[in-house]
Write a protein that binds this ligand. Sequence first.
Ligand SMILES: Nc1ncnc2c1ncn2[C@@H]1O[C@H](COP(=O)(O)OP(=O)(O)OP(=O)(O)O)[C@@H](O)[C@H]1O
Ligand SMILES: [Mg+2]
Length: 237
Amino acid sequence: MTVVALEGIRKVYKSGALEFEALKGISLEIRQGEMVALMGPSGSGKTTLMQIIGLLDRPTQGTYHLAGQDVTTLSENQRAEVRNQEIGFVFQAFHLLPRLNVLENVEVPMIYAGVPAEERRQRAMEVLQKVGLGDKWRNLPSQLSGGQKQRVAVARALSMRPSILLADEPTGNLDSKTAAEVMRLFQELNDEGTCVIVVTHEHDIADYCGRIVRIRDGQIEADGPNPGRKRAVGGLA
Ligand SMILES: Nc1ncnc2c1ncn2[C@@H]1O[C@H](COP(=O)(O)OP(=O)(O)OP(=O)(O)O)[C@@H](O)[C@H]1O
Ligand SMILES: [Mg+2]
């Protein structure tokens, strides 16, 4: 099944009289079970594309089908609902809420989605165990390592059981060993069927993905399988 189908996507940013065309006609299909690296120079349009795929922003032109549904014509509320159901986000800067403990951070999207308290707690503990942090649920984010913080962010993204996980430079703030742990976790999730799209500058990180899409000046420059795909090894620290 095709999860993401983009056709002729253009994005023009307007500020006053200034216009900038950040995406110049992107067509891209991502199928269920794929793990894709999105690479390209700074300013090439990677984050812009991820925001469109993640329904955080709208294209200026073009069509987007998400899991078969045309999402370009939805209202803001409908888009927010689809986003909450289908998409999990992981960012470079973790974006955890500092006053909430680990368990509460993971519960946040489920609170928005109206999941009852008991089920929320149970699902949060489940995903925390999955990312190897079952014993840290009472900690505040400030009491975790960088890699652990990112795993909390991954658990939070997973709590809503998304069909796609979008990660924009998820390892940008991590040392290489910790980055490898996060990529191993993504591979595990991908093996279980979650579609994963990772923006990265680093070849080492892209190498964990089965497909590499390169973008330059708002256009796809190359797109193909990664024959040298790395399999992550080792346990979570
Ligand atoms: N809100 C905005 N208004 C105007 N221009 C923008 C806006 N957001 C991004 N741009 C421009 O669009 C282009 C693409 O930006 P984008 O953030 O998608 O790049 P990127 O590939 O993610 O870069 P990086 O690797 O540095 O994160 C850049 O030239 C940027 O200046
Ligand atoms: Mg970016």
